[in-house]
Structures are given as structure tokens and as C-alpha cells.
Design a protein around this ligand. Sequence first.
Ligand code: HSO
Ligand code: ZN
Length: 419
Amino acid sequence: MPRAETTTDVASDAVAAIIADVRSRGYNALSELAARFDRVEQHRPLVPRAALKEALQQLDPQVRAALEESIRRARLFADAQRPRNTDLQIGPGANVAQKWIPVRRVGLYVPGGLAVYPSSVIMNVVPAQAAGVSSLALASPPQPAFGGLPHPTILAAAELLGIEEVYAMGGAQAIAAFAYGVPAAGDNPELEPVDVVTGPGNVYVATAKRLVKGVVGIDAEAGPTEIAILADAGADARLVAADLISQAEHDPNAASVLVTDSAELEQRVREELDRQVAATRHRERVATALSGPQSGTILVDNLEQGIEVCNAYGAEHLEIQTANAEEAAARITSAGAVFVGSYSPVSLGDYCSGSNHVLPTAGTAAFSSGLNVTTFMRAIQVINYDRAALAEVSGHVVALSRAEDLPAHGDAVSVRFSS
Ligand code: HSO
Ligand code: ZN
């Protein structure tokens, strides 16, 4: 299966210029870019606290209840993920430990283009808070329809999570501001640089993250959404089709892939797709995604082969709708997240399962993970040997230092045992 074309190369020059501009002209550049890209004049980057409170007050109570439950579940799971420190006595007097420390400050990006994603506020903020990050800043594009502020549901979600530092900034300029900071100017206070930038975004945001990587840490690059479904003849075609459509709804470049050993199921899913696509709100976007080269059915000889195909593909989301779904799921070694059985659709994970929806796409699941508590932490190893313990390995250190022609390394050990 080919992946949707999402090269960040085309945007590279334009994005590099934006980053340089924000670095050299700070808030002036941000205001000009807000006018140019977001059509917002009178740009006020830092969202006033009163606007956050107001947004939460105005929030639909049903949406508020849903956000609260989503936060509760995400917190339970993120808290449980906190990694354990390691403390090992390798020999008498020879101690090695590893301690996990949160980064100090993070910048979280929430897109504001085709759709509004208050759920992404939760997915970014909750693991950072659970990691113990003490300083959190959030950015989302300014919207002309809302007086130059980000979408009110995003502000309300930030307020629910206790985030006080929210910026109306979008695109590559937001990523640049987070990575390099912005000095105080006029009424605008200093925007302090962050240690880690996370969050999904369009090709400009993804390119900017790639360019500032190294100056700051970043999470996995999230490209167009993907769903793969491994299903057998017993799967319910109605549910399979609904789930394929649910992710195709995000983006004309989204990938919806069915992997099955049943030509008969394939046929039924096709009929269901025809029926359900015609009735869905974003039918054009969905139809484009489903008919693109990145979407389709892979007919396999048996489920064994189906599992191999799924592992080779490494989907962002993989649903297992087979007779022994748990058994098949246990054999998956590459996917952003795995959804087991007919009652664990991807939409559940997008909003309210407790798991995270910022996941690796485009096959990057082979080497990277979805957003989680450790995205916001580092591990420091601590070495503590006493005299006798060092004496025990001193000969080995000297031998290796000679082998590498770095004798001063060996001398630094020997000197401790000579007078
Ligand atoms: N499926 C998207 C996340 C999302 N869905 C947000 C709805 N809102 C990428 O995992
Ligand atoms: Zn989704």
C-alpha cells in the first residue's frame, strides 16, 4: 500500500524563512504573520485569562461533561504510565541508577484548520501534566471569527485543564516562537523558550518541527490519519465500513485500509461503504480519501498472512475484528495503537478511551511511539562506585582505553591507585 504523499520538502524554504523572521523580529513578525496567514489584524498573542474563563462559562454543558470524562480517563492512564526508576547494585560497592525527570517547560500545538480539536488539547496536556512538567504553554491559530482568539472550545478545554498560558499563534511561526522564545515588547510579556514541542499540525507545522528539532525535543510527526482493519468473514460489514469512514472524514489524504481473508466480507463492506458514504456529512472528503491510492482492500490467504501485512504496514490505528481478536492483537508488533474487537472503535480512542490519539503515521510506528508520559521526560543515569568496586574493573578500563588509543582514559583510573 502506498502512503499518501506528504513531503515536507516543498515547504522547507518558506518555513525556514518564517522561523528566521520570528527569531529576529519577535512579536512584530508574529503580528505580521497573523495578518498574512490568519487574516487577523490587531493581533494579541497572549490570550487574556478572562477570555479563558469566559470560554468555559459559555461551553455547552454536554461538551463540558464529555471533556471532563475524557480528561479523567486520560489522566488515569497517563498516571499509570509513569516509568519506574532503576537502581541496581551491579557488584559490591558498584551502583548504577536511572532516574526519570520531567522536562521543565513544554509548548503544545493544537491545530485550527479544517476541524477544531479540543480533544487534542487533552491528548497533549494530560501526559505532560502527568509527567510532572511545571510550565506548559499552548498555541492554536488565531481565528478572525472569534476576535483573533483561538476557537472558544479550545480555550475552554485549556481552562478545564488549568492551562493559563495560551497563545493565539498558528503554523510554523508558533513552533518557532516556542523553540526560540520571544522577547518582551510593548504590552507583550516574554514568551520563554520551551524544551519540548508536541502536537499535530499541517505540513508547515510538521516542517517547522523538523527544522527546530535539536534545539528542542519534538514528538512523532503526525501526518494524514490512517486506519487499517483486520477482519475475517465473521466481522460486521456495517461496523467495518463505519470505522473506515470515520477516519477518512479527517482528510482527503487519509488512508482507510481493509485487510481480510474473506472476499465475501470485502463485497459486503463495499456495499456498506456505498450506502454510508452517501449519507455522511463530509461525503466529498471521505469519498476522495477512500478512492485514493492510499486506501483499499488487501485480500490475504489467511489471517496469519493478514497479521504479517498489518505489521509490515504499521498503521497509525489498527482495528482487529476477527473471531479471536485478542489473540491476533497480541501478535501485532507495529502500529500506533491497536483497537481490539467490535466494541473498541478508533473513535473511542480519539475521544474517550483513556489512550492517546497523537500517534505515529506513515509507517513510523516501526520506530516511534504515540504521545505518552515519557515524551515529556528524560532518563538520567547515575554512577556511584566505591574504591574497591573501581579497583575491580580498573584493568578492563585501561585495556579498552589502550585499544581505542585513548590512554589518558586509562590514566584517569590508574592515578587513583598510585601515590
Ligand atoms: N483520529 C485523529 C484524532 C482525532 N479524531 C481528533 C478526532 N479528533 C488522529 O489520531
Ligand atoms: Zn479521528
